[in-house]
Write a protein that binds this ligand. Structure first.
Ligand SMILES: Cc1ncc(COP(=O)(O)O)c(C=O)c1O
Length: 357
Protein backbone atom coordinates (compact mmCIF):
# COMPACT_ATOMS: atom_id res chain seq x y z
CA UNK A 1 0.00 0.00 0.00
CA UNK A 2 1.24 3.50 -0.88
CA UNK A 3 1.82 5.87 2.03
CA UNK A 4 0.43 9.36 2.32
CA UNK A 5 1.22 12.30 4.55
CA UNK A 6 -1.67 14.30 5.87
CA UNK A 7 -1.40 17.54 7.82
CA UNK A 8 -2.80 17.05 11.31
CA UNK A 9 -4.16 19.89 13.48
CA UNK A 10 -5.20 18.60 16.85
CA UNK A 11 -7.90 20.08 19.09
CA UNK A 12 -6.88 22.07 22.15
CA UNK A 13 -9.61 20.65 24.35
CA UNK A 14 -11.07 17.20 23.87
CA UNK A 15 -14.81 16.53 24.22
CA UNK A 16 -16.25 14.50 27.07
CA UNK A 17 -17.03 11.04 25.75
CA UNK A 18 -20.60 9.76 26.19
CA UNK A 19 -21.29 6.75 28.43
CA UNK A 20 -21.49 3.55 26.40
CA UNK A 21 -25.14 2.94 27.36
CA UNK A 22 -26.11 6.31 25.85
CA UNK A 23 -24.60 5.88 22.43
CA UNK A 24 -27.57 4.93 20.19
CA UNK A 25 -26.69 5.49 16.50
CA UNK A 26 -24.93 8.51 15.00
CA UNK A 27 -25.63 11.04 17.75
CA UNK A 28 -22.09 11.79 18.96
CA UNK A 29 -19.02 12.75 16.95
CA UNK A 30 -15.34 12.53 17.78
CA UNK A 31 -12.80 15.36 18.16
CA UNK A 32 -11.38 15.31 14.63
CA UNK A 33 -12.38 14.75 11.01
CA UNK A 34 -10.61 14.23 7.71
CA UNK A 35 -11.10 16.66 4.81
CA UNK A 36 -9.68 16.66 1.30
CA UNK A 37 -10.43 18.83 -1.74
CA UNK A 38 -10.83 18.04 -5.43
CA UNK A 39 -10.39 20.43 -8.29
CA UNK A 40 -10.67 19.17 -11.87
CA UNK A 41 -7.28 20.70 -12.73
CA UNK A 42 -5.49 19.35 -9.64
CA UNK A 43 -7.22 16.07 -8.77
CA UNK A 44 -7.64 15.21 -5.07
CA UNK A 45 -5.33 17.33 -2.92
CA UNK A 46 -4.71 18.81 0.51
CA UNK A 47 -5.77 15.88 2.71
CA UNK A 48 -5.90 17.04 6.34
CA UNK A 49 -7.03 15.91 9.75
CA UNK A 50 -8.61 18.89 11.49
CA UNK A 51 -10.74 19.50 14.59
CA UNK A 52 -14.36 18.36 14.05
CA UNK A 53 -16.13 21.50 12.87
CA UNK A 54 -18.91 22.84 10.62
CA UNK A 55 -18.21 23.00 6.88
CA UNK A 56 -18.48 26.44 5.29
CA UNK A 57 -19.97 26.14 1.83
CA UNK A 58 -21.14 28.53 -0.84
CA UNK A 59 -24.96 28.42 -0.98
CA UNK A 60 -24.64 27.71 -4.71
CA UNK A 61 -22.62 24.53 -3.97
CA UNK A 62 -24.03 21.99 -6.38
CA UNK A 63 -24.67 19.35 -3.71
CA UNK A 64 -27.44 21.55 -2.25
CA UNK A 65 -29.28 21.78 -5.53
CA UNK A 66 -28.81 18.60 -7.48
CA UNK A 67 -27.73 16.16 -4.78
CA UNK A 68 -24.40 15.12 -6.26
CA UNK A 69 -23.03 13.21 -3.28
CA UNK A 70 -22.06 9.71 -2.16
CA UNK A 71 -21.31 8.16 1.21
CA UNK A 72 -20.13 4.99 2.92
CA UNK A 73 -20.60 3.34 6.29
CA UNK A 74 -18.18 0.98 8.05
CA UNK A 75 -16.97 0.40 11.59
CA UNK A 76 -13.86 0.12 13.77
CA UNK A 77 -13.94 -2.44 16.58
CA UNK A 78 -11.92 -2.72 19.79
CA UNK A 79 -10.60 -6.22 20.50
CA UNK A 80 -9.97 -7.72 23.93
CA UNK A 81 -6.20 -7.47 23.43
CA UNK A 82 -6.37 -3.73 22.85
CA UNK A 83 -6.23 -3.62 19.06
CA UNK A 84 -8.50 -1.55 16.85
CA UNK A 85 -9.61 -3.21 13.65
CA UNK A 86 -11.69 -2.51 10.55
CA UNK A 87 -13.97 -5.01 8.79
CA UNK A 88 -13.44 -5.21 5.01
CA UNK A 89 -12.77 -1.48 4.49
CA UNK A 90 -11.46 -2.22 0.96
CA UNK A 91 -15.02 -3.33 0.02
CA UNK A 92 -16.49 -0.04 1.20
CA UNK A 93 -13.90 1.91 -0.76
CA UNK A 94 -14.61 -0.13 -3.90
CA UNK A 95 -18.30 0.59 -3.47
CA UNK A 96 -17.56 4.29 -2.87
CA UNK A 97 -15.80 4.41 -6.21
CA UNK A 98 -18.65 2.54 -7.94
CA UNK A 99 -21.09 5.06 -6.46
CA UNK A 100 -18.77 7.81 -7.70
CA UNK A 101 -18.95 6.50 -11.26
CA UNK A 102 -22.76 6.46 -11.16
CA UNK A 103 -22.94 10.00 -9.72
CA UNK A 104 -20.24 11.47 -12.05
CA UNK A 105 -17.91 12.11 -9.12
CA UNK A 106 -14.16 11.61 -9.71
CA UNK A 107 -12.75 8.40 -8.20
CA UNK A 108 -10.42 8.43 -5.19
CA UNK A 109 -7.26 6.32 -5.11
CA UNK A 110 -8.35 3.39 -2.85
CA UNK A 111 -5.04 3.52 -0.94
CA UNK A 112 -5.52 7.23 -0.31
CA UNK A 113 -9.08 6.73 0.99
CA UNK A 114 -7.98 3.81 3.22
CA UNK A 115 -5.02 5.78 4.59
CA UNK A 116 -7.30 8.71 5.41
CA UNK A 117 -9.70 6.43 7.31
CA UNK A 118 -6.92 4.59 9.14
CA UNK A 119 -5.02 7.74 10.13
CA UNK A 120 -8.17 9.35 11.47
CA UNK A 121 -9.25 6.27 13.43
CA UNK A 122 -5.73 5.89 14.81
CA UNK A 123 -5.78 9.46 16.11
CA UNK A 124 -9.25 8.89 17.61
CA UNK A 125 -8.56 5.41 19.02
CA UNK A 126 -9.73 6.42 22.50
CA UNK A 127 -13.16 7.02 20.98
CA UNK A 128 -13.62 3.37 19.98
CA UNK A 129 -16.04 2.17 22.66
CA UNK A 130 -15.30 -1.13 24.40
CA UNK A 131 -18.67 -2.26 25.76
CA UNK A 132 -20.35 -5.30 24.15
CA UNK A 133 -22.03 -4.47 20.84
CA UNK A 134 -20.53 -0.99 20.55
CA UNK A 135 -18.14 0.27 17.87
CA UNK A 136 -16.88 3.39 16.12
CA UNK A 137 -18.97 4.09 13.02
CA UNK A 138 -17.00 5.61 10.13
CA UNK A 139 -18.83 7.84 7.68
CA UNK A 140 -16.81 8.86 4.62
CA UNK A 141 -18.70 11.07 2.15
CA UNK A 142 -18.15 13.27 -0.88
CA UNK A 143 -20.08 16.42 -1.79
CA UNK A 144 -20.05 18.61 -4.89
CA UNK A 145 -18.81 22.02 -3.73
CA UNK A 146 -18.53 23.98 -6.97
CA UNK A 147 -20.75 27.08 -6.86
CA UNK A 148 -22.78 26.67 -10.07
CA UNK A 149 -26.49 26.34 -10.76
CA UNK A 150 -26.04 24.65 -14.11
CA UNK A 151 -27.22 21.04 -14.17
CA UNK A 152 -23.96 19.26 -14.90
CA UNK A 153 -21.24 17.36 -13.03
CA UNK A 154 -19.33 19.63 -10.64
CA UNK A 155 -15.64 20.43 -11.07
CA UNK A 156 -14.95 20.74 -7.33
CA UNK A 157 -15.63 18.33 -4.47
CA UNK A 158 -14.87 17.71 -0.84
CA UNK A 159 -14.15 14.27 0.68
CA UNK A 160 -14.86 14.17 4.39
CA UNK A 161 -14.60 11.40 6.99
CA UNK A 162 -16.37 11.73 10.34
CA UNK A 163 -16.53 9.22 13.18
CA UNK A 164 -19.31 8.40 15.62
CA UNK A 165 -19.20 5.99 18.57
CA UNK A 166 -22.33 3.82 18.29
CA UNK A 167 -24.38 1.30 20.22
CA UNK A 168 -26.93 -0.96 18.59
CA UNK A 169 -28.85 0.34 15.58
CA UNK A 170 -32.24 -1.00 16.52
CA UNK A 171 -33.51 -0.68 20.03
CA UNK A 172 -34.31 -4.40 19.65
CA UNK A 173 -30.54 -5.29 19.26
CA UNK A 174 -30.24 -8.88 17.94
CA UNK A 175 -33.91 -9.46 18.79
CA UNK A 176 -36.34 -9.74 15.88
CA UNK A 177 -37.73 -6.60 14.26
CA UNK A 178 -41.06 -6.03 12.53
CA UNK A 179 -40.93 -5.01 8.88
CA UNK A 180 -43.75 -3.66 6.67
CA UNK A 181 -43.82 -4.59 2.98
CA UNK A 182 -44.10 -1.30 1.03
CA UNK A 183 -46.86 -1.32 -1.56
CA UNK A 184 -47.16 2.30 -2.67
CA UNK A 185 -43.71 3.84 -2.87
CA UNK A 186 -40.70 2.38 -4.61
CA UNK A 187 -37.04 2.89 -3.77
CA UNK A 188 -35.35 2.38 -7.09
CA UNK A 189 -35.44 0.73 -10.49
CA UNK A 190 -32.81 -0.85 -12.70
CA UNK A 191 -30.88 1.93 -14.38
CA UNK A 192 -31.67 4.28 -11.49
CA UNK A 193 -29.35 5.03 -8.60
CA UNK A 194 -30.35 2.17 -6.25
CA UNK A 195 -27.01 0.39 -6.33
CA UNK A 196 -25.14 3.61 -5.50
CA UNK A 197 -24.89 4.82 -1.93
CA UNK A 198 -26.20 8.30 -2.61
CA UNK A 199 -28.36 10.62 -0.55
CA UNK A 200 -31.36 10.81 -2.89
CA UNK A 201 -32.16 7.12 -2.43
CA UNK A 202 -32.56 7.73 1.28
CA UNK A 203 -34.41 11.06 1.01
CA UNK A 204 -36.94 9.40 -1.29
CA UNK A 205 -37.49 6.55 1.12
CA UNK A 206 -38.26 8.61 4.23
CA UNK A 207 -41.98 8.93 3.65
CA UNK A 208 -42.52 5.16 3.55
CA UNK A 209 -40.28 4.77 6.59
CA UNK A 210 -42.29 7.38 8.54
CA UNK A 211 -45.60 5.71 7.75
CA UNK A 212 -44.23 2.29 8.71
CA UNK A 213 -42.82 3.61 11.98
CA UNK A 214 -46.16 5.14 12.95
CA UNK A 215 -47.65 1.67 12.56
CA UNK A 216 -45.01 0.11 14.79
CA UNK A 217 -42.62 -1.24 12.14
CA UNK A 218 -38.86 -0.75 12.26
CA UNK A 219 -38.33 -0.47 8.49
CA UNK A 220 -39.96 -1.22 5.15
CA UNK A 221 -39.29 -4.04 2.70
CA UNK A 222 -39.04 -2.64 -0.82
CA UNK A 223 -40.54 -4.35 -3.85
CA UNK A 224 -39.47 -3.98 -7.47
CA UNK A 225 -40.63 -0.90 -9.37
CA UNK A 226 -42.15 -2.71 -12.39
CA UNK A 227 -44.60 -5.13 -10.83
CA UNK A 228 -44.34 -4.51 -7.07
CA UNK A 229 -43.87 -8.23 -6.89
CA UNK A 230 -40.22 -9.08 -6.35
CA UNK A 231 -38.36 -8.40 -3.13
CA UNK A 232 -35.46 -5.95 -3.29
CA UNK A 233 -34.13 -5.01 0.16
CA UNK A 234 -35.00 -3.38 3.48
CA UNK A 235 -34.43 0.34 4.28
CA UNK A 236 -30.80 -0.05 5.32
CA UNK A 237 -30.29 -3.79 4.98
CA UNK A 238 -30.20 -6.54 2.40
CA UNK A 239 -32.56 -9.39 3.09
CA UNK A 240 -32.38 -13.19 3.30
CA UNK A 241 -35.10 -15.87 3.69
CA UNK A 242 -34.81 -19.51 4.67
CA UNK A 243 -37.46 -21.64 3.02
CA UNK A 244 -37.43 -25.39 3.49
CA UNK A 245 -33.72 -25.40 4.30
CA UNK A 246 -32.70 -23.22 1.35
CA UNK A 247 -31.40 -19.70 2.02
CA UNK A 248 -32.40 -17.19 -0.63
CA UNK A 249 -31.47 -13.56 -1.19
CA UNK A 250 -32.55 -11.30 -4.06
CA UNK A 251 -30.00 -11.29 -6.86
CA UNK A 252 -28.27 -7.94 -7.40
CA UNK A 253 -30.02 -6.29 -10.30
CA UNK A 254 -28.79 -2.69 -10.38
CA UNK A 255 -31.45 -1.33 -8.06
CA UNK A 256 -30.30 -3.08 -4.86
CA UNK A 257 -27.40 -1.82 -2.76
CA UNK A 258 -24.61 -4.46 -2.86
CA UNK A 259 -24.04 -4.81 0.88
CA UNK A 260 -20.67 -5.75 2.35
CA UNK A 261 -22.48 -7.75 5.03
CA UNK A 262 -24.59 -9.46 2.32
CA UNK A 263 -21.39 -10.50 0.52
CA UNK A 264 -19.86 -11.78 3.78
CA UNK A 265 -23.02 -13.74 4.66
CA UNK A 266 -23.05 -15.43 1.24
CA UNK A 267 -19.35 -16.31 1.60
CA UNK A 268 -19.93 -17.77 5.08
CA UNK A 269 -22.96 -19.81 4.03
CA UNK A 270 -21.00 -21.21 1.09
CA UNK A 271 -18.07 -21.99 3.39
CA UNK A 272 -20.46 -23.86 5.72
CA UNK A 273 -21.83 -25.77 2.72
CA UNK A 274 -25.34 -24.50 3.28
CA UNK A 275 -27.59 -24.03 0.26
CA UNK A 276 -27.56 -20.32 -0.63
CA UNK A 277 -29.19 -19.01 -3.78
CA UNK A 278 -29.18 -15.50 -5.23
CA UNK A 279 -32.30 -15.17 -7.35
CA UNK A 280 -35.51 -13.24 -7.91
CA UNK A 281 -37.94 -13.96 -5.10
CA UNK A 282 -41.50 -12.70 -5.05
CA UNK A 283 -43.46 -11.60 -2.01
CA UNK A 284 -46.16 -14.13 -3.03
CA UNK A 285 -43.58 -16.92 -2.72
CA UNK A 286 -42.87 -15.75 0.84
CA UNK A 287 -46.59 -15.62 1.71
CA UNK A 288 -47.14 -19.10 0.25
CA UNK A 289 -44.11 -20.55 2.03
CA UNK A 290 -45.40 -19.02 5.26
CA UNK A 291 -48.87 -20.52 4.75
CA UNK A 292 -47.35 -23.92 4.05
CA UNK A 293 -45.21 -23.65 7.19
CA UNK A 294 -41.96 -23.61 5.18
CA UNK A 295 -40.76 -20.06 5.92
CA UNK A 296 -38.20 -20.89 8.58
CA UNK A 297 -36.28 -17.64 8.95
CA UNK A 298 -35.97 -14.12 7.58
CA UNK A 299 -33.25 -11.64 8.43
CA UNK A 300 -31.70 -8.40 7.27
CA UNK A 301 -27.95 -7.79 6.90
CA UNK A 302 -26.08 -4.50 7.18
CA UNK A 303 -23.11 -2.82 8.82
CA UNK A 304 -25.24 -1.01 11.38
CA UNK A 305 -27.17 -3.99 12.79
CA UNK A 306 -24.98 -6.83 11.35
CA UNK A 307 -27.78 -9.44 11.32
CA UNK A 308 -31.31 -8.40 12.19
CA UNK A 309 -33.84 -11.22 12.42
CA UNK A 310 -37.30 -10.38 11.05
CA UNK A 311 -40.01 -11.57 13.46
CA UNK A 312 -42.98 -10.19 11.55
CA UNK A 313 -43.70 -9.12 7.99
CA UNK A 314 -46.82 -7.11 7.28
CA UNK A 315 -48.02 -7.49 3.70
CA UNK A 316 -51.25 -5.67 2.84
CA UNK A 317 -52.38 -5.84 6.46
CA UNK A 318 -51.70 -9.57 6.69
CA UNK A 319 -49.23 -10.24 9.50
CA UNK A 320 -46.79 -13.06 8.89
CA UNK A 321 -45.18 -14.16 12.12
CA UNK A 322 -41.81 -15.79 11.41
CA UNK A 323 -40.14 -18.44 13.58
CA UNK A 324 -42.45 -17.50 16.48
CA UNK A 325 -40.80 -14.06 16.47
CA UNK A 326 -37.59 -15.63 17.70
CA UNK A 327 -34.04 -15.33 16.38
CA UNK A 328 -33.43 -18.23 14.00
CA UNK A 329 -30.53 -20.64 14.10
CA UNK A 330 -28.85 -19.37 10.91
CA UNK A 331 -29.27 -15.71 11.87
CA UNK A 332 -27.69 -16.43 15.26
CA UNK A 333 -24.80 -18.41 13.79
CA UNK A 334 -24.07 -15.67 11.25
CA UNK A 335 -24.33 -12.94 13.88
CA UNK A 336 -22.00 -14.78 16.27
CA UNK A 337 -19.48 -15.53 13.54
CA UNK A 338 -19.39 -12.08 11.93
CA UNK A 339 -19.31 -10.18 15.23
CA UNK A 340 -16.78 -12.74 16.52
CA UNK A 341 -14.46 -11.91 13.62
CA UNK A 342 -15.11 -8.17 13.94
CA UNK A 343 -14.25 -8.09 17.64
CA UNK A 344 -11.29 -10.45 17.27
CA UNK A 345 -12.87 -13.33 19.22
CA UNK A 346 -12.83 -15.65 16.21
CA UNK A 347 -9.81 -16.09 13.95
CA UNK A 348 -10.24 -14.32 10.62
CA UNK A 349 -9.55 -17.02 8.04
CA UNK A 350 -11.09 -14.94 5.24
CA UNK A 351 -8.72 -11.94 5.28
CA UNK A 352 -11.57 -9.60 6.22
CA UNK A 353 -9.82 -7.77 9.06
CA UNK A 354 -7.60 -4.74 8.61
CA UNK A 355 -5.78 -3.86 11.81
CA UNK A 356 -5.04 -0.22 12.58
CA UNK A 357 -1.38 -0.18 13.53
C1 LIG B 1 -30.10 0.59 1.29
C2 LIG B 1 -29.13 -0.27 1.99
N1 LIG B 1 -29.12 -1.59 1.71
C3 LIG B 1 -28.24 -2.42 2.29
C4 LIG B 1 -27.32 -1.97 3.21
C5 LIG B 1 -26.33 -2.92 3.81
O1 LIG B 1 -25.04 -2.69 3.31
P1 LIG B 1 -23.72 -3.02 4.16
O2 LIG B 1 -23.81 -4.46 4.51
O3 LIG B 1 -22.59 -2.72 3.26
O4 LIG B 1 -23.77 -2.15 5.34
C6 LIG B 1 -27.30 -0.61 3.54
C7 LIG B 1 -26.36 -0.10 4.52
O5 LIG B 1 -25.36 0.43 4.23
C8 LIG B 1 -28.21 0.26 2.91
O6 LIG B 1 -28.22 1.57 3.19
Amino acid sequence: MKSFNFTVSEVMTKKTKPASNQLAFGKYFTDHMFVMEYHHKKGWYDGQIVPYQPLTLDPASMVFHYGQTVFEGLKAYATANGEIQLFRPEENIKRLNRSNVRMCIPPIDPDLALSAIKELVKLEKDWVPKAEGTSLYIRPFIIATEPNLGVEAAKQYKFVVILSPVGSYYKEGINPVKIAVENDYIRSVEGGTGEAKTAGNYAGSLIAQEIAEKEGYAQVLWLDAHEKKYIEEVGSMNVFFKIDGEIITPKLNGSILPGVTRKSVIQLLEYWDLPITERKISIEEIVEAHQAGHLEEAFGTGTAAVISPIGELNYNGEKLSINNQKTGEIAKRLYDTITGIQYGKIADTFGWINIIS
